[in-house]
Write a protein of this length. Structure first.
Lengths: 74, 656
């Protein structure tokens, strides 16, 4: 029971911390992107691309979290 | 799919230049490019007399734009045709005849609008003050000053009284009272000789004065309100008169001037186009890109229409020139909306692969997998269908609505596979999954494997396309790099299969060999830094595949949010409260379900898929003759219209 609690905390930290990192990165990129689009609306596609790139971090965090739950959670 | 482009070269005598440009302009199928490169001995065309003509016509066009903006619209009528000769003195005379009246009426209309907006504010303030007006205001030789002071600064009135007494002694009258909850109104009457000093005093003390409009400066204060009311009553009738006169002028001039404006635009475009020509002392040379399927027809039309000694030849581009070609996309109606998403990033380079059809295949599939709910799919389908029906043809909104309709369709399909209807509410109607329920913890591993499998297929397809493109365009370094990545990933897949006991252990050695061969090809393609970067690049390919786990992650997030909504709604004792809670949660989930899977499906294409083969940087096909006024009918990048031409007479420009 205690082990399950720690496993759950570990899984939550895996996705939570990466989500924080992703959010921080996307916040910075999004703010700069908003300014860019205000001046050059034709760049909206590339800005979406740049904002979406850091999401790989949280996806990998989710993958680790899922692995923790699957492999350790039983 | 990109329409193949070819070039057409036309060389002729300069006396035929106007007629040639007019015909090409009317066809609207030829994008001009640098004519000086058409032949040795040519130099870039230099505008001489044309420059002055262009400036004059541009000025006339600006005048017409300003005047047309002042005139009211008239019922649709075809614009009048203008000849080039009439665009000079005749048009200028026409404008000079009517412009002063139009501008005068426009100024009157603006003044009436200002008065209608500002006078009621004056009237409101004066109504508060007028009851304070002492008899002195009617006397000659006295000036009336109206003040509004905030109740916070009530003591300012006493201070003002003292200061005014110092200036004029007892020759003044000050009446004040509370006129509304926040303000004290005051009327100060002083001799006119002291008015300037009192105004200065008030200015130093920053006391707000109520100033009458300029038109009422000479009107006694006590009569100002009556004048304002009379003016307000007269404004509607005066406005109607002005509008009627403007409508008369619009009926006389608008149709004529709209025709003149179109003729000016065409002539200005013709003059600008000359900058792209090549010339010698007697001849001109013109080179233009045309859609290859139309090239023979266009050349035949030019020969038939011009009847002159022109040299018209096709100049197919060499392989290394293909990238310079403008891009014209032509796709079936089911694929055309996805051109919007391609353009959002960048048009493909000339001669390269148009990924619209691939997006049409995979984007709705990814969207549907992440959505994966019958109920959500139905709601999004209905809303998207409504937006599609109401939106303008060819608009971005319509394209996005089409994509959402297709995605919602796939969402319903995946919803049947997962057995989801507004999350877990499907159980209430006996819905069972065909495969697995996403909310079941035992299904997590299968879901992740499905997402990775889709990623493997998508990325591998991208690499195969990349190899094919590189081979076709003879770019060796890219060919080695993409082939190396493809082989390296295939080797890794084999290794994973061996580790997962899906293949016998004997496959391990060949798998390692394939990985090494892939790395060698990568190093070859990447140049000097390849030895360091190749393993990193291969790992980034693995990272690209893992990125497809978002297909599972976002779907699970949606499922669990729906479950929470259903659980909360079920636990509340009162039915109607439970319904409201469920509606709120599901509405939020549907809104996120429309937005988030779209962005992620787009991102997977832009980053993970396109990076394997897509060559951006193309410029859109912008034929000479397709002007700003036509943009709504013939958006760049769609099918080229069939030219409709009247027979020409020698020496004249054809009607446009």
């Amino acid at each position: 029971m205690e082990d399950m609690g720690l496993i759950a905390i570990g899984a939550a930290l895996a996705v939570g911390i990466t989500a924080l990192g992703t959010g921080y990165a996307q916040g910075r990129i999004g703010a700069a992107g908003a300014g860019t689009i205000a001046e050059k609306p034709e760049l909206v596609g590339r800005i979406i691309l740049l904002v979406a790139i850091p999401e790989t971090m949280v996806i990998l965090g989710f993958a680790v979290s899922a692995m923790i739950m699957l492999l350790l959670g039983g | 799919m990109q329409v193949h482009m070819t070039r057409v070269r036309i060389i002729g005598h300069k006396r035929d230049l106007d007629a040639t440009l007019s015909v090409i302009q009317s066809l609207a199928c030829v994008q001009l490019t640098e004519g000086a490169r058409a032949h040795a001995g040519l130099r870039p065309y230099v505008l001489t007399d044309e420059q002055e003509e262009m400036e004059t016509l541009s000025y006339l066009r600006a005048r017409l734009d300003a005047l047309l903006a002042l005139l009211p619209p008239v019922p649709d009528a075809p614009p009048m045709h203008w000849t080039e000769q009439a665009l000079g003195a005749e048009l200028q005379a026409d404008i000079s005849r009517h412009a002063p009246d139009i501008e005068q009426l426009a100024r009157q209309r603006e003044a009436l609008r200002n008065d209608a907006e500002t006078l009621p504010r004056y009237a409101e303030t004066l109504r508060k003050l007028v009851r304070l007006t002492p008899e002195l205001t009617r006397l000659q030789g006295y000036a009336t000053i109206a003040l509004l002071v905030h109740r916070r600064y009530r003591e300012a009135i006493d201070l003002l009284t003292q200061e005014v007494e110092l200036l004029v002694g007892s020759e003044y009258e000050l009446v004040y009272d509370q006129v509304d909850p926040d303000h004290i109104g005051a009327i100060l009457v002083v001799p006119q000789r002291a008015e300037a000093q009192v105004q200065a005093l008030l200015g130093e003390a920053r006391v707000s004065q109520v100033r009458l409009p300029d038109s009422l400066q000479d009107v006694p204060f006590s009569e100002a309100l009556v004048h304002i009311q009379r003016r307000l009553d007269a404004i509607p009738a005066e406005t109607d008169q002005v509008e009627a006169r403007l409508a008369e002028l619009a009926a006389q001039c608008r149709v004529r001037w709209q025709g003149a404006r179109q003729a000016l635009l065409r002539r200005i475009e013709q003059l600008r186009a000359r900058r792209q020509l090549g010339e010698t002392d007697q001849t001109f040379a013109l080179v233009g890109w045309v859609p290859q399927p139309e090239a023979a027809h266009i050349m035949q039309v030019l020969e038939d229409r011009l009847h002159r000694a022109l040299v018209i030849q096709e100049m197919p581009p060499k392989a290394e020139e293909a990238a310079e070609a403008p891009v014209l996309l032509k796709n079936p109606s089911a694929v055309r909306p996805y051109e919007f998403f391609v353009r959002l990033l960048s048009l493909p380079e000339g001669g390269s692969l148009d990924p619209s059809a691939l997006m049409a295949l995979f984007m709705p599939l990814f969207f549907g997998l992440m959505l994966g709910d019958i109920g959500y799919g139905l709601v999004i389908l209905l809303i998207a269908a409504f937006v599609f029906w109401r939106s303008e043809k060819g608009s971005g909104v319509r394209d996005v609505a089409f994509f959402l309709m297709m995605g919602a369709g796939w969402g319903i399909v995946w919803g049947i596979v997962f057995g989801e209807f507004f999350g877990s509410a499907g159980h209430m109607i006996g819905l069972q999954p065909i495969w697995k329920e996403r909310s079941d913890p035992d299904a997590l591993a299968s879901l992740l494997l499905l997402a990775i499998a889709i990623g493997v297929v998508h990325v591998t397809l991208g690499l195969i396309l990349g190899v094919w493109q590189a081979w076709r365009s003879r770019r060796r370094s890219e060919l080695w790099e993409r082939a190396g990545m493809l082989l390296g990933l295939c080797g890794l897949f084999l290794l994973v299969a061996v580790v997962a006991k899906q293949l016998p252990p004997g496959w391990a050695t060949p798998a390692v060999v394939v990985v090494i061969v892939g790395l060698v090809l990568l190093i070859r393609g990447m140049g000097p830094l390849g030895a360091l970067m190749a393993p990193v690049e291969l790992l980034s390919g693995v990272g690209n595949i893992l990125s497809y786990l978002r297909l599972a992650a976002i779907g699970l997030a949606s499922v669990y949010l729906a479950m929470v909504g259903n659980e909360l709604a079920g636990r509340v004792g009162v039915v109607w409260v439970g319904v409201i809670i469920a509606v709120l949660f599901h509405s939020l989930n549907i809104a996120m379900g429309a937005f988030s899977p779209s962005i992620h499906a787009l991102r997977l294409h832009y980053v993970e898929f396109f990076s394997k083969f897509y060559e951006p940087g193309g410029s859109p096909f912008q034929p000479f003759g397709r002007m700003e006024s036509d943009e709504g009918d013939h958006p760049a990048g769609l099918a080229v219209p069939e030219p409709e031409l009247a027979p020409a007479t020698p020496g004249s420009a054809p009607a446009v």
